[in-house]
Design a protein around this ligand. Sequence first.
Ligand code: HEM
Ligand SMILES: *[C@@H]1O[C@H](CO)[C@@H](O)[C@H](O)[C@H]1NC(C)=O
Ligand SMILES: *[C@@H]1O[C@H](CO)[C@@H](O)[C@H](O)[C@H]1NC(C)=O
Ligand SMILES: CC(=O)N[C@H]1CO[C@H](CO)[C@@H](O)[C@@H]1O
Length: 331
Amino acid sequence: MEQRWRRGCCLLTVALVAAMVLVSAPSAKAKLSPGYYRTTCPRVESIVRSAVARKVRETFVTVPATLRLFFHDCFVQGCDASVMIASGSSDAEKDAPDNESLAGDGFDTVVRAKAAVEKACPGVVSCADVLALAARDVVSMSSGPRWTVELGRLDGLVSRAGDVAGRLPGPDMRPDALAAMFADNNLTVPDMVALSGAHTVGFSHCARFAGRLYRSGAGADPSYYRASYARQLMAACPRDVGPTIAVDMDPVTPTVFDNAYYANLARGLGLFASDQALHDGAASRPAVEGFARNQTLFFEAFKEAMVKLGRVGVKSGRRGEIRRDCTAFNG
Ligand code: HEM
Ligand SMILES: *[C@@H]1O[C@H](CO)[C@@H](O)[C@H](O)[C@H]1NC(C)=O
Ligand SMILES: *[C@@H]1O[C@H](CO)[C@@H](O)[C@H](O)[C@H]1NC(C)=O
Ligand SMILES: CC(=O)N[C@H]1CO[C@H](CO)[C@@H](O)[C@@H]1O
């Protein structure tokens, strides 16, 4: 009897401790806050901002390249700068076939901003946070909205090309598959529609939509592209074009972060099947139409979705480090 009581008591203690661990786990994980570096690196935001501004003045590609780099980082292993790691004896994330030609200017932006931050506060600010700040800055520097960035991410300890497959959306994916992939990252359908508005800036290589542009033995499928846009795309991307040619994804205002992307979808100017699917799908269409009508509504939704994107898979404690060099683990 006494023995059973003791065992019961111990089980109860174990259960209580386990419950406490479970309850405290989420807060131990999510320690992000805008003021995270207030005492340790008070000028971090302005340092990153000037480095990014300098890079944007050199080339506009900085804007789309940095924004997409943040998205790809967060969707593979969480927002932990794992995408920045250079391949060593085995391939890192950035060299996975699915990295979909991330432009070098995004990497360069983070490396330069991190170098500037290291001068002021060595060993304090993670590359993951520098990337999150830079992604915000490039949007606001191209007439887009500006939001408050939560900080306190650690840099991840893992970067494997093999982890990329199946985690990034493809231009030919169906609406429900896209929604499921975003849901895996705690993002709703309206979040997904808002984030896809990032395609208001930047470029796509011809091969990404050639299958949609050229039906076998025929020209463009008129149900996909309006005639003038199809002609424009075919002129830029002839059938046998090499892998380096790219076109603007927003043919109307390619270098302005605005809501033109959404209006384009209703006018046969959606580049990818995945873009068009947002307009054609019943679940996503209300958001597309709302953002097309009201840019303020789009900006509010984009800001909120970017903050949520920045919370995906954030590392803390022994699962991360503050990298000295963003392209290599400290080890
Ligand atoms: C909804 C699913 C999405 C699909 C299927 C998709 C697909 C693509 C593809 C195929 C490209 C062209 C890449 C190339 O050929 O170089 C591209 C470019 C781009 N994507 Fe997405 N994307 C999606 C969502 C997003 C999100 C959520 C963001 C950011 C918040 C984003 C930001 C960008 C940017 C900025 C570019 C231009 C990159 C550059 O010019 O260097 N995309 N995307
Ligand atoms: C546009 O959206 C904003 C933000 O939700 C809202 O305050 C505003 O009233 C809307 N404007 C119009 C014309 O509907
Ligand atoms: C989604 O949110 C839940 C609850 O906050 C969290 O436990 C989970 O880790 C999040 N998923 C990702 C991929 O961040
Ligand atoms: C920017 C970048 O690192 N791109 C790489 C993507 O992956 C291919 C291999 O699949 C590399 O050749 C690219 O250099």
